[in-house]
Design a protein around this ligand. Sequence first.
Ligand code: FES
Length: 187
Amino acid sequence: MGDYNEKVMDHFMNPRNVGEIEDASAVGEVGNAACGDIMKIFLKIDENGIIQDVTFKTFGCGAAIATSSIATEMIKGKHISEARELTNQAIVEALGGLPKQKIHCSVLAADAINKALDDYEGIHREEENEIICQCLGIDMKTVEHAIAHGAFTMEQVIEKTGVTTGACKGERCREKVEKLLNKYCSL
Ligand code: FES
């Protein structure tokens, strides 16, 4: 816990907007395969597309709770189009930063909000577990898992997963790994 700043601790110890909305307009649930966290978000949206109420339930670590808590505050009263634009970077910044190994937890809140908005707008996306490294059949969850467990550089991801060491020497997968590293570790 020593790595968390005061604001993170406050949102972790006194999370805002916890619970369920029974007659929610939309619900979004995401799990982070990397560390087993689950977040569920409930939105009450009025006829003008304004988020009147938002609550969450999270099964996860302190950082997952704190990011969920502050994310609900950031989208409450906002239009759904603004909520769509909330990035995990903005969430982490609003918290005043997170320890690097916890950055991936912030992705959960932004993803859950987007999923709830998909639900509201009737958008169905396929569960993504894209193959990242075609040569070796290494999928996205494997790479995410490595990042969540401390592989914060390309070299470390390669060491943990073997990506880029196949026949094409990373020509087809290096860029995809870089994108994932940026998503989770860009702060
Ligand atoms: S696709 Fe990863 S090494 Fe070729």
